[in-house]
Design a protein around this ligand. Sequence first.
Ligand code: NAP
Length: 244
Amino acid sequence: MNIDFKGKRILVTGVGQGIGRDLALRLAKFNGEVIGFSRTQENLDKLHSEDPRIQTVCVDLSDWEAAINAVKSVLPIDMLVNNAGVAILKPFLKMTKEEIDKIYDINVKAVISVSQIVAENLVSRKVGGSIVNVSSQAGIAAILNHSIYCSSKAAVDMLTKNMALELGPHNIRVNSINPTVVMTEMGKLGWSDPAKASAMLSKIPLGRFAEVSEVVDAIVYLLSDRSSMINGVMLPVDGGFLAT
Ligand code: NAP
């Protein structure tokens, strides 16, 4: 499939490590003008030295005003991937207000703040665009000790549908991807224990976790005009976990 993002300015959040990092490198390889946001300067420096075409901005996206100002500083943006996220895994009864705020501030509220500025600018410029929200299988299926993370991703999926509804008439498509476990730093947090991992693997028909590159492939497809009639979907990248 021939995909070329030449002339497109693409904002990716959470490019410091994991899925966002590989995504930024891939989009730059496909000629996109990539702007990457993340929280840790050291990670951004490493990314920039690997591909100096990628512009980086260090920002804590859980700070609403800082997120808005950072997006305004890099406009215009044509495409957006809301990828930054955190997971705190504990029994429902043990989650504190601070932990709940931390998850919701980045996983949900930053998706709103960043998308509002990008979409408002696309609408005022009268150009179409594409937004991909990185959700999770955890937004669709309940997973033990993931209650607040799961509910944050369910919120992302419902935001995706509503954004698709309201932004579609402006030719801005909005979709989610819903990966299964990927062994990034976040993946290791929940699934390094072999007993937990094998319980999850037994529920995935393909019998393995997803590779970062497989998640990147799905995001690139939804971002590109190869998916030009796809709007408001939740695309599992889960080896069939959600089909069972
Ligand atoms: P990761 O390796 O932990 O990377 C998360 C990235 O988000 C990091 O680059 C981090 O920044 C950035 N970030 C976190 N909080 C931030 C904040 N307040 N402001 C700015 N940046 C922030 O995680 P990942 O596995 O790549 O996850 C990426 C996305 O995929 C997340 O939305 C996650 O929920 C979703 N997902 C992951 C899995 C999985 O199993 N890994 C499965 C399904 C969905 P720094 O590096 O700069 O600190």
